[in-house]
Design a binder for this molecule. Structure first.
Ligand SMILES: O=C(O)CCC(=O)C(=O)O
Ligand SMILES: [Fe+2]
Length: 381
């Protein structure tokens, strides 16, 4: 006979409420079933961290359950875009994306068309790469000044900033083989699927913003400035620093996936929201280009990765960008046509990309001096 269930719930406030309400409504069922095994139907937003039962002889006396709950960030099902004729499904996804991009600048995508097997293979390859000695990794040392960025950036000596990265460019770029051989095929496949998804999300955003049909597609018609970064965040020490560099993404749309280890947090209304992506989902976020073009209608949200204690975190970020020669500026659709003033000066994407690269290769003494999109903000003083 089960006597007690102890539940600890981690996550954001609303997520906790949802999780606890869910647990309460299942309490009867849980009690009668739990003698054998913890059984709870989990929504995509709620997942187990751990559960442990204390047994006395054949009796289970107590069960500890830890769930991670995160109800805030919307999860958008994109399957309607891969199935002919599901117009209602498309409309639903579009409305959810519109709300997510103006509220959070972030959403989680499921049924996104990127094979899950490819995502897990890619994570395995990057883990094997980062396990190599530095001298091997440095054979692919970061190429100074290259756009898009390319090569391996080792972790700085600073114990507060232990993370290393491998930047990789599309297979159709002339010097695309500057990356470890194990990545070559995976990169071809990843650029293929992730650029397809980039096209799709870009066209949905185009429609959400009320832009003329295919406007963004015609503006952003060159894929050679896209890039992929494989990240390795070292485990944080048991006590002391957790590295938390805040940033927005400088590109158009970013897609991220991880080895299921939490750490990503999004800033909203003065609070950090921890993101717990369901298995196989992608984190999607709007970058600075969309924020500028839409004159702040869609947000490029500040986010950070808090290094987890005791274990490494691996992730991939695919940066769907625009060509460096493109002018990025608030569109008349969101300024003159609405009687609003532009919030940013126009700039060439390559200038901004270079300033952001310098942030990485020559970090300023204080993180507040990192160059971000506010560099181009028009202030009314
Ligand atoms: O690793 C992650 O979850 C996020 C990475 C990220 O924010 C980035 O690459 O810009
Ligand atoms: Fe980011």
């Amino acid at each position: 006979m089960l006597k007690c269930i102890y539940v600890s719930v981690f996550g954001d406030e609303r997520g906790k409420e949802v999780a606890l309400a869910g647990l309460k409504s299942k309490a009867k069922y849980v009690r009668s079933e739990l003698g054998k095994r913890m059984k709870l139907r989990l929504t995509p937003e709620i997942r187990f961290l751990e559960d442990e039962s204390i047994e006395r002889g054949s009796r289970i006396e107590r069960t500890f359950v830890q769930v991670m709950a995160n109800s805030v960030l919307p999860t958008v099902d994109l399957s309607a875009y891969f199935n002919q004729g599901d117009e209602d499904g498309k409309k639903k996804a579009m409305l959810e994306i519109e709300e997510a991009c103006s509220e959070y600048g972030f959403f989680l995508a499921v049924n996104h068309g990127v094979p899950l097997e490819l995502m897990s293979r890619a994570l395995q390859v990057s883990k094997s790469f980062f396990e190599l000695p530095d001298q091997e990794k440095l054979k692919y040392s970061f190429k100074p000044g290259s756009s898009p960025p390319q090569g391996f950036l080792p972790a700085p000596d600073d114990p507060t900033d232990r993370k290393e990265h491998l930047f990789m460019v599309p297979p159709y770029n002339s010097d695309s083989n500057y990356c470890p051989p194990a990545f070559q095929q995976i990169l071809k496949d990843m650029f293929h699927y992730l650029s397809e998804l980039g096209f799709l999300v870009e066209s949905i955003i185009n429609d959400c913003l009320g832009l003329p049909r295919d406007f963004l597609k015609e503006y952003n018609n060159n894929r050679s400035w896209d890039f992929i970064v494989s990240h390795h965040y070292f485990p944080a020490p048991e006590t002391g620093y957790l590295e938390k560099t805040c940033h927005t993404d400088g590109n158009m749309i970013t897609f991220v996936f991880t080895n299921g280890v939490e750490g990503l947090e999004v800033y909203k209304d003065g609070k950090w929201i921890p993101i717990t992506p369901p298995d196989g989902s992608l984190v999607v976020n709007v970058g600075d280009i969309i924020q500028v073009m839409s004159n702040d209608k869609f947000k490029s949200a500040i986010h950070r990765v808090v290094r987890p204690r005791g274990r490494s975190r691996y992730s991939y970020a695919f940066f769907y960008s625009v060509h460096g020669d493109k002018l990025v500026e608030p569109l008349p659709h969101f300024t003159i046509k609405k009687g609003e003033s532009p919030k940013y000066k126009g700039f060439l994407y390559k200038e901004y990309a270079q300033l952001r690269l310098r942030n990485r290769t020559h970090p300023p003494a204080s993180p507040e001096d990192l160059i971000g999109i506010n560099h181009y903000a028009i202030t009314n003083s």
